[in-house]
Design a protein around this ligand. Structure first.
Ligand SMILES: [Mg+2]
Length: 160
């Protein structure tokens, strides 16, 4: 699969071990992963790459997750941002939602749940950005296929 056909995921987390393991899990499934350990670096990455979905840790030194979310949305309004939280801090979670976060995942998150979230977030991005016919997306989501295959087909519409 060429780089252009892959879904670009930006992962931002100051925990190096988590960053490595999650990046690896997604790379072997054909995502193009850009992993950085600081919010500041995430902004640079978003300027240099067309990111589809960002996974952003809430608690980081320097720019925190919420500040990173706002800056990323400013760079690219169609990017969907999923916030990763270690200890479900409800207040910050709520203000992230107001700041345009797509959803939240508790760390450590199971791969299946992460994947499900990525499918939904990507679908939302596609509908918002391309104003794609909801029927067309529904058709793809109803296919009996792995989530990876579904994401691949959604990506096809995205590059049409
Ligand atoms: Mg952290």
């Amino acid at each position: 699969m060429s780089k252009k056909e892959k879904i670009n995921i930006l992962i931002v987390d100051d925990e190096e071990d988590f960053l490595k393991s999650i990046s690896k899990s997604l790379e072997v499934r054909d995502f193009n992963v850009i992993a950085v350990n600081r919010g500041e670096k995430a902004i640079t990455a978003a300027r240099e790459n067309l990111i589809d979905i960002a996974l952003v840790d809430l608690k980081m030194p320097g720019m925190n997750g919420e500040e990173t979310l706002l800056a990323l949305k400013k760079e690219n309004q169609w990017m969907e941002v999923v916030i990763l939280t270690g200890h479900g801090t409800i207040e910050s979670a709520l203000s992230c939602k107001e700041g345009g976060a797509y959803s939240f995942l508790q760390k450590p998150c199971e791969l299946d749940i992460l994947l499900e979230t990525l499918v939904k977030a990507y679908k939302t991005r596609l509908m918002n950005r391309k104003k794609v016919d909801a029927e067309k997306i529904k058709e793809i989501l109803n296919i009996e296929a792995s989530p990876w295959e579904i994401l691949r087909r959604l990506k096809e519409i995205d590059s049409e």
